[in-house]
Write a protein that binds this ligand. Structure first.
Ligand SMILES: Nc1ncnc2c1ncn2[C@@H]1O[C@H](COP(=O)(O)OP(=O)(O)OP(=O)(O)O)[C@@H](O)[C@H]1O
Ligand SMILES: [Mg+2]
Length: 358
């Protein structure tokens, strides 16, 4: 397997810059997830690595070789798409064998390799069936078997699980993680699903409007989002945010002044920030009687293992609190006092959206 490196890669379609100056290195044996909302340029980035799209600028390396001028078929990568693109008239066995055949692997070697890939994905019982005789999950596994059978330098996967129902998606997600660890494969995996990103990636690269926003381990990105976009994109329910003016006493939001942790206030002052956005995740708010923030409960969502309490502040802003189900449940219409755990307060420059508290 190999590393993949993009250096200053841009792709324009007329006036649209689909990918804007992307520099990113995917390490050997790394599972990297490319995450972002629809239209942010994920597929375009992946397609450039595959050679299906030419960069307008920049270089792409696979292993030690610059591949900008290398044909897709000679890049030694395997791609798995959302649509499985299996050959309907061929059996599972022939589908998995296809990439070997088109690379002129001798017949006597092919059978063993097909069987090995099929075994890895529990497809042995289905080898003689046609794709139409399989479930969606089984078809997706055939597509994966076809990708792994020839041991490419890297796997590129574009939303490979999005055609599966929720239960199968969770199962296939776990199988994919296991497969990656077993093959020690370099995987670049595109999704707009943050749960997939958080659970599957060694690192996540988050894009928005063609621009890379942050790269890091899932837990680091969650704990320290680099800007407001990432802060609001990662986490479900999303991070609560309130905007206000920075004063000596803290962040002033209408009549209320919310005290800030010293480090955050100091960093903001140093950076000359006047208008700031405070962020707090729903699990870092607590409901009590002496909290600073008055809020009225509008909806209580009980999810079994936890509860989301959706409140409105006096100025009508919405704020969400996440509680374990074992806590006593507030009732709809009740007025509460909320307090924020100061260790988990995030502070952003309201103008640039950048994190200011390190
Ligand atoms: N062939 C093309 N011609 C013109 N514009 C294109 C082309 N391909 C992509 N785009 C534009 O480039 C931008 C990025 O598209 P891309 O398909 O990479 O997004 P994506 O992040 O994969 O989105 P999704 O999650 O919806 O699949 C979009 O604005 C899209 O309209
Ligand atoms: Mg896409």
């Amino acid at each position: 397997m190999s590393r993949v490196a993009l250096e200053g890669v841009t792709r324009k379609f007329g006036d649209v810059t689909a990918v804007d100056n992307l520099t990113l290195e995917i390490k050997d044996e790394e599972f990297l997830v490319l995450l972002g909302p629809s239209g942010c340029g994920k597929s375009t980035a992946l397609r450039m690595i595959a050679g299906l799209e030419d960069p307008t600028e920049g270089t792409i390396q696979i292993g030690d070789r610059v591949v900008n001028d290398v044909e897709p078929k000679d890049r030694d990568i395997a791609m798995v798409f959302q649509s499985y693109a299996l050959y309907p008239h061929m059996t599972v066995e022939r589908n998995i064998e296809f990439p070997l055949k088109s690379r002129n692997v001798p017949k006597e070697d092919r059978a063993g390799q097909v069987l090995e890939a099929a075994r890895m994905l529990d497809l042995e019982p289905f080898l003689k069936r046609k794709p139409a005789e399989l479930s969606g999950g089984q078809r997706q596994r055939v597509a994966l078997a076809r990708a792994i059978v020839r041991r490419p330098q890297a796997f590129l996967m574009d939303e490979p699980l999005s055609n599966l129902d929720a239960k199968l998606r969770v199962q296939t997600r776990a199988e994919l993680i296991e497969l990656q660890r077993r093959l020690l494969a370099t995987v670049i995996y595109v999704t707009h699903d943050q749960v997939e990103a958080m659970t599957m990636g060694h690192r996540i690269a988050i894009m928005e409007k063609g621009v890379l926003q942050q790269v890091g381990a899932p837990s680091d990105v969650y704990a320290k989002p680099a800007n407001l976009f990432v802060a609001r994109f990662i986490g479900n329910p999303p991070m609560n945010t309130v905007e206000g003016d920075l004063t000596d006493g803290g962040l002033r939001v209408h009549e209320l002044t919310i005290p800030l942790p010293d480090a955050a206030a100091g960093a903001a002052r140093q950076a000359g920030v006047r208008r700031a956005v405070l962020g707090i995740r729903p699990e870092h708010l607590s409901i009590g009687t002496d909290g600073l923030i008055a809020a009225t409960v509008t909806v209580v969502e009980a999810l079994g293992h936890e509860r989301h309490v959706i409140c409105r502040l006096e100025d009508d802003q919405m704020i969400i609190v996440r509680q374990p189900s074992s806590d006593p449940s507030p009732s709809e219409g009740e007025t509460l006092r909320l307090s924020a755990d100061p260790e988990h307060v995030h502070l952003f420059d309201a103008t640039s959206g950048q994190r200011v508290d390190g």
